[in-house]
Design a protein around this ligand. Structure first.
Ligand SMILES: NC(=O)c1ccc[n+]([C@@H]2O[C@H](COP(=O)([O-])OP(=O)(O)OC[C@H]3O[C@@H](n4cnc5c(N)ncnc54)[C@H](OP(=O)(O)O)[C@@H]3O)[C@@H](O)[C@H]2O)c1
Length: 275
């Protein structure tokens, strides 16, 4: 299978968890990726050390300070990315940063918890997408590729099956209404983006990465599976495929994973079609 062939990519929440692993894999696997913008709230803090080690090891990783809830911070990052890209567009925006308030029961949920989750998981992703839209459009216009793909111009929103109305992953483990409602809203935001940006040929997809042992994964339930490099590597492979093939690819992966004992059923990658 051909590798993801993306010239420039930006990942939010890249100092730990899934974001950090995405940066590691993007840097390690693809020679065609010239610009990797690693977004981090506090690059000077201890939580950013691993990311800084990666940036020292691989050329092309730029660590940018950015709080996705702060418009002024987003604008400053847009200016830096624009300058760095020297007139070319941004191919792939991965809205990965997210929060959860680990509230186990519906009765314990608070308005503040819900607002906090919406602010980061929905408003943050929306503001980032709006701010970087001109660069994404530019990448789409510049591309000679036909149709839509992550190598051309795309917004990938890290969502969760917890926000699925029909599947409602792990209700019996934790209710977490703040998280579920915000991810359901993020799915709808992605649907709106996919319709709104179709004319610009910008692919917009929500992605469920599986339940992984990160700070967030552990906050909801303690003993989960480790971030599995293979899962994220396969996710990256998925991202360059045309939409129809993506579905086929996921079906194939499902078959693969159910035969591998180390993968729990709910760690299957799931990509909802937005078109
Ligand atoms: N882990 C799972 O099992 C799982 C399952 C389904 C979906 N997801 C989704 O995958 C994404 C990543 O999850 P994760 O497990 O890697 O979470 P994590 O380990 O808790 O990491 C969250 C990341 O988001 C960043 N972040 C939070 N608020 C931010 C803000 N306002 N501005 C900039 N960065 C911010 C954090 O930065 P700081 O270090 O500064 O706080 C951190 O880098 C999330 O959207 C999550 O909902 C995760």
């Amino acid at each position: 299978m051909a590798a993801l062939n993306v010239r420039s990519v930006l990942v939010t929440g890249s100092n730990r968890g899934i974001g950090l692993e995405l940066i590691r894999q993007l840097a390690g696997r693809s020679k065609s990726t010239e610009f990797i913008f690693a977004i981090c709230r506090d690059p000077a803090g201890p939580q950013a050390q691993e990311l800084k080690n990666l940036a020292a090891k691989y050329q092309g990783i730029d660590i940018l300070p950015l709080d996705i809830c702060k418009p002024s911070s987003i604008q400053a990052a847009v200016a830096k990315v624009t300058e760095k890209l020297k007139g070319s567009g941004l191919n792939l925006l991965i809205n990965n940063a997210g929060v959860v308030k680990p509230v186990t029961s519906l009765e314990l949920e608070t308005p503040e918890g819900l607002l906090e989750a919406y602010k980061t998981n929905v408003l943050g992703a929306m503001m980032m997408s709006q701010a970087f839209l001109p660069l994404l459009k530019k990448a789409s216009r510049e591309s000679v590729q036909k149709g839509m793909s992550c190598s051309k111009a795309a917004i990938v929103n890290l969502s969760s099956e917890c926000g699925s109305i029909t599947n409602l992953l792990a209700w019996e483990v934790a209710h977490i209404p703040n998280y579920r409602c915000s991810k359901a809203a993020l799915n709808m935001l992605t649907k709106c983006q996919s319709l709104g940006y179709a004319k610009d040929e910008i692919l917009c997809v929500p992605l469920h990465p599986g339940w992984l042992q990160t700070d967030m994964g552990n906050a909801v339930v303690g003993d989960l599976w480790k971030i599995h490099s293979q899962i994220l590597s396969n996710l990256l492979d998925t991202l360059h495929l045309p939409l129809d093939t993506q579905i086929l690819f996921l079906a194939e992966m499902t078959a693969q994973f159910t035969t591998a004992a180390e993968f729990p059923d709910d760690a299957l990658e799931m990509l909802w079609r937005s078109h």
